[in-house]
Design a protein around this ligand. Sequence first.
Ligand SMILES: [Zn+2]
Length: 161
Amino acid sequence: MIELLKKYGVKFTYYFKSRGAKMELIQFKYARLKDQFDSPSVDSRLKDIVYWLASWCWYNLEKSIIITHILRTQEQQDAIYNGNASYVREPWQSVHQYGRGVDLSVKYYTQVEIARIQDTLNKKFLYNKEGKNTCVVHDVGLGEHIHIQVDNSTETKFVKI
Ligand SMILES: [Zn+2]
């Protein structure tokens, strides 16, 4: 997937002809997020999904994707959920602590576009674990965002849609 995109010259920058300006296909809220994304700490299947989605958003919505969060420490996990009674009782870990989760901003999308992204990702990439999805739109205390994940024990299925 990545090789294919590179071959067609859409690695990170795509020339937005209709507006005559350069458009970043994948944007990062902070520079360190790009370093994280490029590092081996992030699951390559997750990277493939992000690249696929970036192309999809470009061709279908004419919008790029903005990555807002990738890797998370235990301390950050505790800070996010410290007001959550069930977490305090029995803390759980996040896929973000294992390089298997990426969050995207919803700021520049309409509700219809957010729903399309979620629906498309969950049809295209099967999480393969009961009750879990590849894409979830939620707010865990830091604002609504698009959360994309892959599982450690199951294989994400790429479905032709
Ligand atoms: Zn997340």
